[in-house]
Design a protein around this ligand. Structure first.
Ligand code: SF4
Ligand code: SF4
Length: 370
């Protein structure tokens, strides 16, 4: 297992176990299959994984209690627990933090994060005083390192970095979001600030383990014997600022594949980098609208919709999940995709003849389900 020094002499395994995807008994009530899950934690500990990431809301609130029990048999200084304050689930941070220590049966949390910050609730969360409270807990020794996980904009990230001397930040980072989304911009901001990066979604929720045919072919041409997911893991761990790569491992084979990937420092060759970028672009082309932002369509829209902006939101939702465009719901009704009357004027003036009204309809359907 590869390790990298964090600070204070702490050596973190570069592969971290994200317990969000532990096997469950019944999908609907999210009950953990404890027998199988215990074996997976043992397998990780045996392989030298020492970073375990849980959260208040995982598995319907049962994750922390399970993880605490699973790790109780190991000496406390052989693993590190990361846990998170979820503002949207329970705004009362005192109550939530107390519950978390109880559930974990621990007197401290090693890595504590404000959970999944997004632009649409950041103001409300910051106004409630949670940072000052968690800073006090850090000084008491109940929290060792304080950070946040993030799904917001570059602008909000800059703002957060000015507010507090964070010990680490967790972002969604994978080759797909790097080449086709905003991951590179967020990573560069953190690198400039010299803040260690914890990575979530290195395989983009499984997408890069089973990408579209063209993407898979680009990677298989390099080496047909390794898994497609391993390319995503190798790519992300090759970034200098990356401290821990979290993987939501739910099966032994997955753990073994990751352990193999994290057992050698082999740098990616230029040819491998290029193939990975090709795979990302092939994946993007398969699900997104390649709007160039030329705006030829805009003056012709009777509803005065910002068509390229809405298509960008469409791409974001298709790539990362509809929840990423929740802020659209707060826009004036007349600016939302539902205002499209399907007149087709945009398509007539679009050099690429995109059937914009169909994308608007799909975008609206995604918004309605949020
Ligand atoms: S189809 Fe919709 S988006 Fe396109 S011009 Fe007409 S109203 Fe505007
Ligand atoms: S004309 Fe077509 S490519 Fe240009 S902004 Fe409008 S939808 Fe995008």
């Amino acid at each position: 297992m590869e390790y990298r020094t964090f600070r204070d002499g702490i050596r973190l395994s570069r592969l971290g176990m994200g317990v969000m995807r532990l096997p469950v008994l019944e999908q609907n009530n999210a009950r953990i299959d404890e027998e199988k899950a215990m074996k997976l934690i043992e397998c990780c500990m045996d392989a030298g994984v020492n970073y375990y990431d849980t959260a208040y809301i995982y598995h319907g609130g049962r994750s922390e209690e399970f993880l605490g029990r699973a790790l109780a048999k190991y000496p406390r200084d052989t693993y590190y627990v990361a846990d998170k304050y979820n503002f949207q689930a329970e705004a009362d941070y005192r109550k939530q933090f107390g519950e978390q220590l109880d559930r974990l049966q621990m007197d401290r949390i090693d890595f504590y994060l404000l959970h999944g910050i997004q632009d649409h609730f950041v103001d409300e969360m910051l106004a409630n005083g949670c940072i000052a409270y968690f800073d006090a807990k850090k000084k008491e020794g109940r929290i060792r390192y304080l950070g946040f996980s993030f799904h917001g904009s570059a602008q909000t990230l800059h703002r957060l970095l000015k507010l507090y001397p964070w010990d680490f930040v967790q972002i969604q980072l994978n080759y797909y979001d790097w080449y086709c989304g905003d991951a590179k911009e967020l990573y560069e901001i953190l690198r400039e600030a010299d803040i260690p990066v914890m990575v979530m979604e290195p395989v983009h929720g499984g997408l890069l383990a089973a990408p579209v045919k063209e993407a898979a072919e680009a990677l298989r041409a390099l080496d047909a014997d390794v898994s497609l997911a391993s390319w995503a893991m190798r790519w992300v761990k090759s970034l200098d600022q990356v401290q821990v790569v979290l993987s939501g491992m739910s099966a032994r084979e997955q753990i073994e594949d990751n352990i193999h990937t994290f057992s050698g420092e082999a740098a990616l060759t230029k040819e491998e980098q290029e193939a990975i970028e090709r795979a990302a672009r092939a994946q993007f082309d398969s699900i997104s609208v390649a709007c160039t932002g030329c705006r030829y369509c805009c003056p012709n829209c009777p509803q005065e919709l910002d068509i390229p902006f809405l298509l960008e939101q469409y791409n974001k939702a298709k790539m990362g999940g509809a929840w990423r465009i929740r802020a659209l719901k707060d826009m004036p009704q007349e600016k939302q995709p539902a205002s499209c009357i399907g007149c087709g004027a945009c398509t007539e003036h679009c050099p690429q003849e995109f059937a914009v009204f169909e994308y608007m309809r799909e975008l609206q359907e995604m918004l309605e389900k949020l």
